[in-house]
Design a protein around this ligand. Structure first.
Ligand code: PEP
Length: 255
């Protein structure tokens, strides 16, 4: 297997932070800092900030994503945004199944699968989040949890469609806590996901499949995490809100 078959993806998840004006300012600050990146750079922002983000990122190497989308094409779903709406707005990426949505908004493996389906149907690129909670890690069932989440989310996804999917392995206990998985822990689970992709599809698809690590990745620990064989990038929350920190992570992924 050859790690160079995979181009790293560094994605920021801005969560519920920043107004449109703040979004533009932060992207304008980041643009020169990541201009020489030898990896894909994505920033996922709240719906209300998408146009401002795309305007600020236009002509640069920064791609913009949403943080969620609904599974239905349209209809009576007050407050929701469909995958087709994102596509029509020119948004290329969407995060699906983030643990904060699973924890606070009743997201289940089945709704995650439905959202993945809708996003792929619309032609979006999906950053699919999977990961265990602390109690599951302590019980020694991390692998089962992550494999079940992945297998359900990818049910019905063809090998061709899989090219538009990235998986972010995000141990829930490491998100926003400052507690990072060790590089070995991160690599171990990313490798399990890759092996599952090989079983569900084939070795070639698995060799080319991007698996990110997410969970308190920052400018200090990124290099070691990203050097791991099965870690192909990062999904970054807190550190993606600071231009210089995010740029250092991008730089680490570009080596
Ligand atoms: C995330 O929100 O996906 C995340 C990894 O957050 P943080 O980097 O702040 O832990």
């Amino acid at each position: 297997m050859d790690k160079s078959l995979r181009r790293p993806v560094i994605a920021g998840n801005w969560k519920m932070n920043n107004t449109p004006e703040q979004t533009k300012a932060l992207i304008n600050a980041m643009k020169p800092l990541v201009a020489d990146a030898d990896c894909d750079v994505v920033l996922c922002v709240p719906f209300i900030d998408l146009y401002a983000a795309m305007e600020a990122a236009a002509g640069s190497n920064i791609k913009i994503g949403a943080e969620n989308c609904h599974w239905a094409e349209k209809g009576a779903f007050t407050g929701e945004v469909s995958a087709d709406m994102l596509k029509a707005a020119g948004v290329p990426y969407v995060i699906i199944g983030h643990s904060e949505r699973r924890q606070y908004f009743g997201e289940t493996d089945v709704t995650v699968r439905n959202r993945v389906r809708a996003a792929l149907n619309a032609g979006l690129k999906v950053i699919l989040c999977v990961g265990e909670v602390l109690a599951e890690r302590k019980l020694g069932i991390t692998e089962q949890i992550v494999c079940a989440q992945t297998e359900i989310a990818l049910a019905g996804v063809s090998e061709e469609e899989l090219k538009n999917v990235i998986i972010a392995y995000e141990p829930v206990w490491a998100i926003g806590t400052g507690e990072t998985a060790t590089p070995e822990q991160a690599n171990e689970v990313c490798a399990v996901i890759r092996a599952l992709i090989a079983r569900l599809y084939n070795k070639d698809a698995a060799d080319r499949f991007v698996v990110q690590y997410g969970g308190s990745m920052n400018d200090g620990n990124a290099a070691e995490l990203l050097a791991q064989y099965d870690v192909d990038g990062g999904l970054i929350g807190g550190a993606s809100l600071v231009a210089e920190k995010f740029a250092k992570i991008v730089e680490a992924a570009s080596k």
